[in-house]
Design a protein around this ligand. Structure first.
Ligand SMILES: C[S@@+](CC[C@H](N)C(=O)[O-])C[C@H]1O[C@@H](n2cnc3c(N)ncnc32)[C@H](O)[C@@H]1O
Length: 402
């Protein structure tokens, strides 16, 4: 165990004076072991370590005071449990977009026998008066914009926002986003494959300005749809309409016209669920997504279009939580990325769950990038599949549950 950690941290552990305070190997190893069965998903990486190593140097005082630290988009709980276990933080406020991350944190907290954190219900509650924010960067500048704005608006004047990312996925525009809301923004030198951005001196006036140019959530009326789309920072497609989504929307009037219940798997900004509810006044739609940003955006889109009474929004991993045989129609524009990694795992989990959710004779209508060749997968996981429409880029299929 010790040797593995020594290798992965370079020579850090052979030079204790120089690296005092770095993440100890037994902590790192615990996280690595928990995810041996999912080798693609590395539970702790150099970016988490870098953030945890630097946290006491940028605002050690905040780490020692209860309730003064917030952690954002922690993938598996490493940052939260590291702040608690290694640095003595307590009453840590945690914001995690993905339900998978929330569950990983809960499970890992059980392993460590640690609590000392909670998930506040809003960004204001998450950041009000905090003095240190540890943030794992995603690929979305809009996500960073909404978060940085909220930190600058609600946190204490001496707050430090410590952001970490993988250098190859970072770009200068992230510094520009932070400079909108902070007077001082510095970038660390790279360490391994990672880099940190440190923002201080929150510009509260800028972050609070109630002008129309930059509010979150953002709202746009799409004329040809006759609908308003509402997006929180980082939701798929933002306030625009994805090309694949449009192809599905154009085809979906033919989807099980008699259905009284439908599910939108991976609802994003809620465009499909809301359009369906608007076009079919009798139908009830359950919209689900693993992402809190998507859930919040879908609720807002449904509200903006007056269909909240028939669109229920549930945060769920691939529809796992939906009842067996609860729906006659499932609509899906599946993901093919997990943040920066191309993956069809979530799509296949959705297809598998669609087969469970559907009543006998019900159909999964799905749009996908034609090069993905999902048809045999749909045949195997759901049932007889026919092509409804094919454009140069996208295919819509209907898969019938026997
Ligand atoms: C291609 S987008 C489609 C969004 C929206 N339906 C649209 O057409 O604009 C896929 C959506 O699936 C969501 N997603 C990814 N993995 C998921 C999972 N494991 N469970 C549920 N939703 C997931 C993403 O958050 C994203 O909102």
């Amino acid at each position: 165990m010790w040797n593995t950690a020594c290798e992965s941290l370079g020579n850090a552990w052979q030079q204790p004076d120089r690296y005092a305070g770095a993440v100890p190997p037994d902590f790192a190893d615990l996280f690595r072991r928990r995810h041996d069965d999912a080798p693609d998903l590395i539970a702790i990486d150099g970016t988490d370590r870098f953030i945890l190593d630097e946290a006491p140097h940028v605002h050690g005082d905040a780490l020692r005071q209860p309730g003064e630290v917030a952690v954002v988009d922690d993938r598996y709980g490493v940052l939260t449990l590291g702040a608690i276990t290694l640095h003595g933080a307590s009453d840590v406020r945690v914001v995690q977009d993905s339900l998978v991350g929330v569950r990983a944190l809960e499970a890992n907290a059980g392993t460590f026998g640690r609590r000392g954190f909670h998930h506040p219900g809003s960004l204001e509650q998450a950041f009000r008066d905090v003095r240190l924010v540890l943030l794992r960067l995603s690929k979305s500048n809009d996500r960073l914009d909404e978060l940085a704005r909220a930190v600058a608006r609600f946190a204490a004047p001496d707050v430090v926002l410590l952001c970490g990312g993988v250098s190859k996925h970072m770009n200068l525009s992230q510094n520009d986003v932070l400079r909108r809301y902070f007077g001082e923004v510095t970038a660390s030198r790279g360490r391994g494959k990672s880099r940190l951005l440190i923002a201080q001196d929150p510009l509260r006036a800028q972050a609070t300005r109630a002008d129309a140019t930059n509010p979150w959530p953002r709202s746009v009326h799409v004329d040809d749809l006759g609908m308003t789309l509402v997006a929180h920072g980082g939701v798929f497609a933002g306030t625009s309409l994805d090309q694949g989504t449009r192809v599905l929307l154009d085809a979906m009037d033919g989807a099980v016209p008699t259905a009284r219940t439908a599910v939108d798997l991976g609802c994003g900004n809620g465009v499909i669920a809301t359009a369906l509810a608007r076009r079919r006044p009798g139908i009830r739609v359950v919209a689900t997504d693993v992402s809190q940003i998507a859930v919040a955006s879908t609720i807002a889109t449904a509200r903006a279009n007056g269909v909240t009474d028939r669109v229920e929004v549930v945060r769920s991993d691939a529809g796992d939580e939906l009842a067996e045989g609860s729906s006659q129609l499932v609509l899906c524009n599946p993901p093919f990325h997990e943040d920066t990694t191309v993956s069809t795992d979530a799509a296949e989990a959705m297809f598998r769950n669609a087969a469970t959710i559907l009543q006998s004779g019900g159909e999964l209508w799905c749009v996908w990038n034609s090069h993905l060749r999902y048809r045999p997968v749909l045949e195997r996981l759901v049932g007889t599949t026919r092509q409804v429409v094919r454009t140069p880029k996208f295919t819509v299929t209907a898969s019938r549950r026997a």
